[in-house]
Ligand binder design. Sequence first.
Ligand code: ZN
Length: 216
Amino acid sequence: MVARPQSLEKLLNLLRTLPSVGPKMSERIAFHLLKFNREKMEEFIEIIREVYQLVKPCDLCGYWDDQSPCRICRDSSRDPSQLCVVETPQDLIAMSRIKNYNGLYYVLGGVLSPLEGIGPQDLRTRTLMEHLETGTVREVLLALNPDIEGETTSQYLMKQIQALVQKLKNEGKWENSFEIQVTRLAQGVPAGGELEYMDELTLMKAFDGRRSILSN
Ligand SMILES: [Zn+2]
């Protein structure tokens, strides 16, 4: 292989840490960047710096925005009684393409994975339960990927919600007007598929076919 400057090697190594970027793609990107003129390169660096400084996860839903609560959480036209739980911000974007869903979202920030050592403490489950405890949510739609981790996480969340309802009932805090129905995406989502890459129609069918898995 032809020897390359150390600085270029560093850039190639860095690019290879990005998702879906292998050795060939890292070279394509690096050589494309090298063709930038000074002005364009400075603009590129400045935009990355600005995004890094300004865009943070929303304190309520975990979606990325330059304000917290984010634009979605502050949108008063949305129905706060519906809460769609997703794994990543990209999944939130995918779900937001469904025009017949107008509720709020909650980004878990991952899924349970014993193999990778990801437990409940690594996900945003505690704040989710605190949010449910306020009594504003009537339906929790679990929109996690239809794989083993997604399935395990959905089961875990369902049990947590059941336990929360029981706790509130025991403490006499469960009012008659309260109701938490847990639903999940159903038909339309293929096993092993990823929400992020699904087309609108597939997601729409999955949304319409959601089924209740827990009702209090
Ligand atoms: Zn938010």
